[in-house]
Design a protein around this ligand. Structure first.
Ligand SMILES: NC(=O)c1ccc[n+]([C@@H]2O[C@H](COP(=O)([O-])OP(=O)(O)OC[C@H]3O[C@@H](n4cnc5c(N)ncnc54)[C@H](OP(=O)(O)O)[C@@H]3O)[C@@H](O)[C@H]2O)c1
Length: 308
């Protein structure tokens, strides 16, 4: 029996919405309610392990129905203790949509703003970053990443300068889909970055061999994009039940299974799943609570997924 008087507003909303969509409450409710934070190695700052991506999902400027739906998604994200929102000028109207929705959020907002520079030319990059700030409606970004290595030499100089001047807090570089790994390895060995963003999921584990160990060794925080392989992981699990031992790490859905696999890697700082649905946001945020699988359980997850 849950005594609502003992729950704060955020937890009450979280649990109510959890029940409303019919997800089973985890048996270890107490432990499962604690959000997991991980440390940014270069600063010691802690951030929640589940963030939010905005590619495609937030490209909704001319769609009032989707916009209202995304307001709920963002509200749920912050209500459940979310922090990092990741975007890019590459994502159509996503940054404008973020800027429209942020002021509409009720209650506490623990925003960690992350976007990217994605253009050739140093001056063009400076102008693009200024435009992104305007679109989000914020004075500075917490994290500015070089998107897909585009003109990285020019932008790295700018980002380091901006960081020195306090115009951003962290620098980063991104890739995805397994691209540019060798190039990234040589860049990271020569140049200092605070964050690395790349693709890692139970079906695409390639970064485990070199990039994740390198990031760990160099104290670079790691953001995981495409943790659901843009949703395609769910095709493998359609109609399949979770293994009974998933409850040993407070996992009650396939979404949580995939995210807990990713965030339990010791080199990973956070994952940024994207969604257009509040019920999926609740599910995603639940993955960042309770126990995480240990090494032995991670291997069981891998084998189980392969057997599906
Ligand atoms: N190079 C780069 O820098 C780069 C590249 C790729 C991605 N990214 C970043 O990483 C973010 C995440 O990657 P992504 O958007 O490609 O893919 P993703 O997060 O792996 O998958 C998104 C898909 O999963 C579905 N989904 C989300 N939560 C779910 C749940 N709990 N249950 C069932 N389905 C769920 C969503 O559909 P619904 O809308 O129906 O929930 C959506 O179709 C991007 O949005 C972007 O911010 C960066």
């Amino acid at each position: 029996m849950i005594d609502n008087d003992t729950l704060n507003r955020r937890e009450f909303i979280r649990l109510s919405s959890y029940l409303a969509i019919g997800l089973a409450l985890p048996s270890t409710l107490q432990a499962a309610n604690q959000p997991i934070y991980k440390t940014i190695p270069k600063s010691g700052e802690q951030i929640p392990v589940i963030g939010m991506g905005t590619s495609r999902t937030f490209e909704a400027r001319n769609d009032p129905v989707l916009l209202a739906q995304l307001q709920q998604v963002m509200q749920t994200f912050f209500d459940q203790g979310g922090g990092m929102i990741d975007s890019s000028p590459m994502y159509g109207s996503a940054q404008q949509v973020i800027g429209t929705l942020l002021p509409m959020i009720k209650g506490e907002k623990n925003l960690f703003s992350a976007t990217k520079v994605w253009i050739d030319g140093q001056q063009a990059g400076i102008e693009q970053m200024a435009s992104s700030r305007q679109q989000w409606g914020i004075e500075r970004f917490d994290l500015m990443q070089i998107h897909n290595l585009v003109d990285w030499q020019s932008h790295l100089e700018t980002l380091n300068q901006m960081k020195t001047e306090g115009k951003i807090r962290y620098t980063g570089i991104t890739t995805s889909h397994g691209r540019y790994h060798n190039q990234l390895i040589s860049i990271l060995k020569k140049h200092a970055f605070d964050f690395l963003q790349l693709t890692y999921n139970i079906n695409e584990p390639e970064v485990e061999s070199q990039l994740l160990p390198l990031a760990q060794e160099q104290g670079i925080a790691v953001i995981i994009n495409r943790p659901y392989q843009r949703g395609s992981l769910f095709r493998h699990t359609k109609g399949k039940t979770l293994p009974p031992w998933a409850s040993e790490f407070d996992c009650t859905s396939w979404g949580q299974f995939f995210l807990k696999f990713v965030i339990s890697h010791p080199a990973v700082t956070c994952a940024i799943p994207a969604t257009t649905k509040a019920k999926h946001m609740i599910d995603n945020m639940q993955a960042g609570k309770g126990r995480l699988p240990n090494q032995k359980q991670r291997e069981m997850m891998r084998s189980y997924f392969k057997s599906l």
